[in-house]
Write a protein that binds this ligand. Structure first.
Ligand code: SF4
Length: 331
């Protein structure tokens, strides 16, 4: 995983400290604020004005007053920021930073599935995880993040069926915690899918007294052996609440260790190993190749050049209503 070899080779080395100075100067000159997801490299999180999970960053994008946002994360996050703050210029360091989970649910297929269920006379409500394209969001009734999914699902009248897209693992976990049956879309995240139960159990054995903390996008067999399950912000709050120095085995994107170390430095954090799909070998491949596309150099370049930016598309209007109702209205 990581950047394609051709792309790595064409990168000219620039001193990270010089890049940081340049970014700081450009931010002030061009009225820019940087938002960074917990899954991007720690050096980018450190220069960001706001860090957080998808829910917090979507809300930050609305409340900040600068005219331009640089969203360091993946494409659907930049889209959500633009939809919620149409008057702002939203730049993203690399347009190719996609998301395997978002790609697993395309708008035409979702529309066909909704039509099929409705043709059977079923009264369905479509709930989408925020990791979806704006085109998919525009077809949905509610948008959730791992931070607010439970609360929104519990609000939906019991006589309606829920079609949950696109993450089957998160969907299954939510069925368990809410007691609601849902029709699940068969999507998953390539990063959370690869964790190896066998290696996790071995790591647990080799680290007596350790605890496993997992993101609900992980498959059920990983969640079943976890001591804590929660999205990135909940994970941060959880490790902060544990006073006794503990070794945590972290089953999510490994850049998450950076904000965990910052908020609760008394603990030790170890990434849970994964299994390489191509060879079946154990590896430390739990970095998201899309998040890794964000680099200091690209952040500098996008502020300097004012591109690439998220352009407003016709279906953003429809997605805006759903996003605002789901993420910005108090419950
Ligand atoms: S970690 Fe998974 S869900 Fe998150 S952006 Fe990467 S591919 Fe998408």
């Amino acid at each position: 995983m990581g950047l394609p070899i051709a792309e790595q080779q064409s990168e000219v080395y620039e001193d990270p400290l010089d890049l940081i100075d340049e970014i700081e100067a450009l931010k002030a000159e061009k009225d820019v604020k940087i938002l960074a997801h917990f899954y991007v490299d720690g050096d980018i999180q450190d220069i960001a004005d706001y860090t957080g999970d998808s829910l917090k960053l979507a809300r930050d994008a609305v409340s900040i007053e600068s005219s331009t946002i640089v969203f360091c994360g993946v494409h659907f996050m930049g889209e959500s920021a633009k939809i919620l703050s149409p008057e702002k210029t939203v730049l993203i360091p690399d347009l190719l930073a996609g998301c395997s989970l978002a790609e697993s649910c395309q708008a035409p297929e979702l529309k066909a599935r909704q039509d099929e269920l409705r043709a059977q006379g079923r009264d369905i409500v479509t709930v989408a995880y925020i990791n979806t394209s704006a085109a998919v969001k525009s077809l949905c009734d509610w948008i959730v993040t791992s931070g607010n999914a439970r609360e929104i699902i519990e609000r939906i009248p019991k006589d309606q069926e829920i079609l949950f897209v696109p993450d089957q693992h998160l969907g299954r976990y939510l069925m368990e915690v809410t007691g609601r049956e849902m029709i699940l879309w068969p999507g998953s995240c390539m990063v959370h899918e690869i964790f190896s139960l066998q290696d996790l159990l071995r790591a647990k054995k080799n680290n007596p007294g350790s605890a496993v903390i997992s993101h609900p996008e992980c498959p059920q067999n990983i969640l079943e052996v976890s001591d804590f399950i929660g999205g990135t912000e909940k994970m941060r709050q959880y490790v902060k609440s544990v006073e006794q120095p503990t070794t945590f085995l972290v089953a999510t994107e490994s850049a998450m260790i950076h904000p965990l170390q910052k908020i609760a430095p008394q603990h030790t954090y170890l990434p849970v190993p994964g299994i390489m799909e191509s060879t079946g070998e154990t590896c430390a491949c739990n970095r998201c190749p899309h998040m890794e596309r964000n680099t200091l150099k690209k952040v500098r370049d996008c502020i300097k050049n004012g591109t690439p930016q998220i352009e407003w598309l016709s279906y953003f209007d429809q997605a805006k209503g759903v996003l605002e109702r789901s993420l910005l209205k108090p419950s």
